[in-house]
Design a protein around this ligand. Structure first.
Ligand code: NAD
Length: 351
């Protein structure tokens, strides 16, 4: 079986590629443009494996995608390539519109033409799996959680672009019959996450005794899922999910941002003791515009229908994650120094 993974050099994509190579027998073609967020160093463990191939390409390039499908003849497409950082979408939405909406549209059209040309047996087995976020559902009050039928109400340019792409994928199924599955997942964390996101930024700034920025009063609530649990869920859905269905994925670990930061401070104080506690570095900064108050996922459908559930507790997996960043300085120092396959980024700008 040949699985094309778009965005496989990113945080979740690389975890998925490593899992597919290490734990299944499929062949993987990783298609990635290598933006600032794409890093081939995250795939060093699968480099050279005869079942793994990397193709540098832009999903917005219809010709390149058509050629890729013609040559690789995928059985499955797992589409993760995206611009993924909310703050960047506020500073400059255009890449988000281009990659997340136009790129998904381009890929759908190429996949549709390819799928239409397949013999019936291969057509039946083909899947287009679109990977999305819980942020499409908007913001919750103190109670309740998002189900697969919660109406979309995205707040940021990022979530609006992902919501658009979800709608396009559903339309290509309903209108053209393309065999799709969609997953919407909560916040991921774990090794190899680009240090602009809350958990790696807090760990690395903490290690370097820099301020630990927290938006507003840190009361925004997110559900957290360990990235390897997400990779397992994605493979479960694409292998056994019902065509045309959406599955919510989450960690059942709802936490306020400030409590996540405090837990990281405790772990750093324990692992790398210092005269000054990391708690003293916590710095409250002006809130993000349009900051959603709370996300929470109802994951009963994927549990009930496909038997997936998260294996990792937040406490244990956060500890593993902190240890990973302490032990893998080379990976993130290369990012801070700009020596990786992406462009240099000044991390001090990112809160
Ligand atoms: P990421 O930013 O770490 O990686 C994105 C990857 O896509 C990078 O390797 C980048 O080079 C590649 N890419 C970007 N534009 C491209 C283009 N035009 N053509 C080809 N490749 C391109 O993102 P992530 O955190 O790994 O997220 C992956 C997917 O999962 C995204 O679709 C995101 O919306 C979704 N998601 C993320 C989270 C999360 O917490 N990180 C949660 C739910 C859903």
């Amino acid at each position: 079986m040949i699985v094309v993974v778009t965005g496989g050099a990113g945080f979740i994509g690389s975890a998925l590629v490593r899992m597919l190579i290490n734990e299944t027998s499929v062949n993987v073609v990783n298609v990635d443009k290598l933006t600032y967020a794409g890093n081939l160093a995250s795939l060093a463990v699968v480099e050279g494996d005869p079942r793994y191939r990397f193709v540098r390409a832009d999903i917005c390039d219809g010709q390149a995608m058509t050629e890729l499908f013609r040559v690789m003849e995928p059985d499955v497409v797992m589409h993760l390539a995206a611009e993924s950082h909310v703050d960047r979408s506020i500073d400059g939405p255009s890449d988000f519109i281009e990659t997340n909406i136009v790129g998904t549209y381009t890929l759908l059209e190429v996949a549709r033409a390819y799928w239409s040309s397949l013999p019936p047996q291969k057509q039946e087995a083909f899947r287009f799996h679109h990977i999305s976020t819980d942020e499409v559902y908007g913001s919750l009050g103190d109670i309740g959680s998002f189900t697969e039928t919660t109406p979309y109400a995205p707040s940021s340019p990022y979530s609006a672009s992902k919501a658009s792409s979800d709608h396009l994928v559903r339309a290509w199924h309903h209108t053209f019959g393309l065999p799709v599955v969609i997953t919407n997942c909560s916040n991921n964390y774990g090794p190899y996450q680009f240090p602009e996101k809350l958990i790696p930024l807090t760990i690395l700034n903490g290690l370097e005794s820099k301020p630990l920025p927290v938006y507003g009063q840190g009361t925004n609530v997110r559900d957290w899922l360990y990235v390897d649990d997400h990779a397992r869920a994605l493979w479960t859905v694409v292998s056994r999910g019902e065509i045309g269905e959406t599955y919510n994925i989450g960690g059942e670990a709802e936490l306020r941002n400030i409590d996540v930061v405090r837990q990281i401070c405790d772990l750093l104080d324990e692992c790398v003791p210092h005269a000054i506690s990391k708690h003293e570095l916590v710095t409250f900064v002006a809130d993000r515009p349009g900051h959603d108050a709370r996300y929470a996922m109802d994951i009963s459908k994927i549990k009930r229908e496909l038997g997936w559930e998260p294996r990792e507790s937040f406490e244990a997996a956060l500890r593993k994650t902190v240890h990973w960043y302490i032990e893998n300085t080379r990976w993130w120092e290369d990012i801070r120094n700009g020596r990786y396959a992406g462009k240099r980024l000044g991390l001090q700008n990112i809160a």
